[in-house]
Design a protein around this ligand. Structure first.
Ligand SMILES: Cc1cc2nc3c(=O)[nH]c(=O)nc-3n(C[C@H](O)[C@H](O)[C@H](O)COP(=O)(O)OP(=O)(O)OC[C@H]3O[C@@H](n4cnc5c(N)ncnc54)[C@H](O)[C@@H]3O)c2cc1C
Length: 401
């Protein structure tokens, strides 16, 4: 049995943990990441991959001062994708350069003035009918389409781009027991023969943060879970075109947010978020599929979905608790002693979260020790590294008609 001590252990390998690891190592800190399962296996892999620029908040009238920082997220991620940003994502790729917004004629005409307003016109471009893409370039479509500056990313490629750069610092380990030990924390064993200690802990375990805080005896911060029940349908690409779009309903909240994800066999998955996923919570699988079929047919009556196969995913969004249970506007980062706890709230806002974590690490005065890599040599060639997980539609055992 050997003992290894690191300055910083990050617990949880979704986007929050991976982004933080990349930033800390780049800044010169000695850090490792511990992931219980595979990277991105919970919320991050299940996300729709949209890098929001704030349109959703503007539409709902919630473009507060703090939420405006989300407006910079598409540019910050774009710089990373081009290999000139804070995290090198040059190995990752976009599924779409834009998310689109569509609405039927009556809603669009009611909102014309709003769409033309200063706050909205800088965020969206109104497409001419000649510019409509499938499935909207059909005579059956009687509405308006807007183009938003919000790219959609292939999440697996994002996770993998970070994993390959820092693989030797990413270990598979479910942290279930943490003991305080003279100024640090004993975290248990990796690969049966390495006992790990860390001076500083960063909890980025999503919904798992609650359990870790309990183990550490911390009552704050409290966590809230907001459930979603996401329908998905698959068919050949000739039936389902690649579509990345929000459907705007009467309430100015997206009725449905569709993203498309290619499968190997020339098929495509449409993954449905928005109102359908929020309101579907509590339905059975079959009821939710029926509801999604009915809603899609209503929104796109000219399309034929009869050859599609269906599935659903129930998943919680984990966030810091809000007094009214609503979504926090920004990532929240808390520090008590040498324990930092963070929830990014949105995948898109991981960069803001990491800025806040870095500021707290600086306050703690953690040494810039990254060149001390002796401990990594010990880990090398041990079967302890975590891999990137499958996405929800790759895990479906049985699709339903
Ligand atoms: C259906 C859905 C769609 C979404 N779509 C979008 C979108 O389009 N755009 C957007 O910006 N945001 C989106 N979000 C929000 C976004 O996915 C989350 O905010 C973000 O992924 C949270 O990342 P995370 O790293 O904090 O958590 P997670 O991705 O949940 O990662 C936490 C990790 O910690 C690990 N873990 C837990 N406990 C332990 C332990 N004890 N020891 C070791 N490891 C542990 C887990 O295995 C997991 O891998 C969506 C969320 C959902 C649910």
């Amino acid at each position: 049995m050997t003992h290894q001590s690191v300055d910083i252990a990050i617990i949880g390998g979704g986007i929050a943990g991976l982004w933080t690891l990349a930033r800390l190592i780049k800044e010169g800190y000695q850090a490792i990441l511990l992931e219980a399962d595979s990277l991105g296996s919970v919320q991050t892999g299940a996300s729709q991959g949209i890098i929001h620029g704030g349109t959703k908040y503007a539409l709902t009238g919630k473009l507060t001062h703090s939420a405006q920082s989300i407006g910079q997220m598409p540019q910050r991620w774009q710089a990373c994708l081009e290999g000139r940003g804070e995290v090198d994502l040059s190995g990752a790729y976009k599924l779409s350069d834009h998310q689109y917004l569509w609405s039927n004629k009556s809603i669009a005409s009611r909102l014309t003035g709003f769409f033309a307003s200063k706050v909205m016109s800088s965020r969206m471009g109104h497409l001419k009918p000649s510019e409509y893409m499938p499935p909207f370039n059909h005579p059956g479509f009687q509405g308006e389409v807007y183009q938003l500056d919000e790219p959609v990313l292939d999440i697996k490629s994002v996770l993998e781009a970070i994993r390959v750069q820092y693989a030797e610092s990413i270990m598979q380990m479910r942290v279930g027991d943490i003991q305080s030990d003279s100024g640090g924390y004993r975290l248990g064993s990796i690969a049966d023969n390495i006992k790990l200690c860390a001076h500083t802990l960063i909890l980025t375990a999503g919904a798992g943060n609650k359990r870790l805080l309990e183990i550490l005896g911390q009552e704050q911060p409290q966590q809230q879970l907001r459930p979603l029940f996401m329908p998905m349908l698959k068919a050949s690409k000739s039936v389902l075109p690649g579509l990345y779009a929000h459907c705007l309903g009467a309430s100015a909240l997206p009725k449905m947010t569709i993203t498309s994800h290619p499968l190997d066999n020339n098929q495509i998955v449409w993954y449905l978020g928005g109102e359908i996923a929020e309101q579907g919570v509590g339905r059975t699988d079959v009821e939710q599929i029926q509801a999604a079929k009915a809603e899609l047919q209503k929104l796109m009556p000219w399309m034929d979905f009869s050859s599609c196969e269906w599935s659903v995913l129930a998943i919680d969004r984990a966030e810091p608790e809000m007094p009214d249970g609503s979504r926090p506007a920004e990532p929240e980062v808390f520090r008590r002693n040498n324990i930092i706890t963070a929830w990014p709230v949105k995948l898109a806002m991981a960069p803001i979260m990491a800025d806040k974590i870095l500021a707290k690490v600086q306050q703690l005065g953690v040494a810039l020790n990254a060149r001390d890599t002796a401990w990594r040599a010990e880990m090398k060639n041990k079967p302890v590294q975590a891999d990137t997980g499958q996405l929800p539609w790759e895990k479906v055992a049985r699709w339903l008609k």
